[in-house]
Design a protein around this ligand. Structure first.
Ligand code: IPE
Ligand code: IPE
Ligand code: MG
Length: 261
């Protein structure tokens, strides 16, 4: 995506426009992962039940998915429900599942229009049947799309993913000496995908909460105090601009500044 294309949908004179103009399109993160947190606190601030925060968070998902696709990101992964989230009250869990179904039904057209491929990461077999059916439809209908890959982490746990990958690698019966970081990566949900370059967490918490533990080895982390239901395209652009100022060393040493340019 070029700046000109991006500017066709950003309101003229808006904050998004000025942020979009600063983005270096040659240095976009290939994969952005987002821990969408703070829905409950957003609702509590308004004296509303927690589920109202989840409801309000849907608009943020929509905005971030569409903006990411239009920016030209290769992969966007959002953390929607962790394996630990089953500890929440059953009513909250069922509202979350219901919202997910509704989001998919309402957004399928938009996903198609933006050439987005929808993909679920997590233990889908443990999800309610009606949710699984909806997820299957979403994944099947968008499977031919060649634009951004949109992963939704649902009933996802990083440790569970690693254990499951180890189990599958062992069951496949290869020689232990053939297993290395690359071949092991092929047993993860994210096989074939680039690792996240940028990990965003909303609502100020400085933790990774069992998200993509293997894949975020060298991700740049950006935490904002903004609560998820208030998160919009402008925050995503801010995160990307901050990412573009970082120097990634991967354990090496700082690159000398290029002179004469
Ligand atoms: C994130 O918001 C949504 C999910 C984990 C599903 P929370 O529900 O965790 O909101 P807080 O952290 O309690 O504010
Ligand atoms: C992380 O948020 C999980 C998701 C965003 C789905 P949580 O609210 O569940 O994480 P903790 O409990 O603050 O670590
Ligand atoms: Mg939370």
């Amino acid at each position: 995506m070029s700046l000109d294309q991006l500017l066709t949908w950003v309101p003229a004179g808006s904050q998004e426009e000025s942020l979009a103009r600063q983005v270096d399109f040659d240095r976009l993160p290939a994969h952005v992962a987002v821990i969408m947190d703070g829905n409950g606190r957003w609702a509590a601030q308004r004296h509303l039940p927690r589920v109202e925060g989840h409801r309000a968070g849907i608009a943020s998902v929509r905005d971030v998915v569409e903006t990411s696709a239009r920016l030209g990101l290769e992969v966007l992964t959002v953390y929607a429900f962790s394996v630990e989230n089953w500890k929440r009250p059953p009513t909250e869990v069922s509202v979350l599942m219901g919202l997910l179904k509704r989001y998919l039904r309402l957004e399928l057209e938009t996903l198609q229009a933006n050439d987005i491929r929808f993909n679920v990461i997590g233990a889908q077999n443990e999800l309610p049947d009606d949710v699984r059916r909806e997820l299957d439809v979403g994944q099947e209908r968008t499977s031919g799309n060649g634009g951004m890959l949109f992963n939704i982490a649902l009933n996802y746990g990083g440790r569970a993913e690693i254990v499951e990958a180890a189990r599958r690698a062992m069951e496949a019966g290869g020689r232990p000496s053939d297993l290395d970081e690359d071949t092991f990566g092929q047993w993860l949900y994210t096989a074939g995908q680039p690792d996240p370059d940028l990990l965003i967490r909303t609502s100020g918490e400085m933790r990774v909460s069992n998200f993509l533990l293997w894949q975020i080895a060298y991700a740049e982390i950006w935490v904002t105090e903004t609560l998820w239901p208030d998160f919009r395209a402008c925050h995503l652009l801010e995160a990307i601009l901050d990412y573009q100022k970082r120097e990634r060393r991967y354990g090496g040493i700082a690159q000398p500044a290029v002179v004469g340019h």
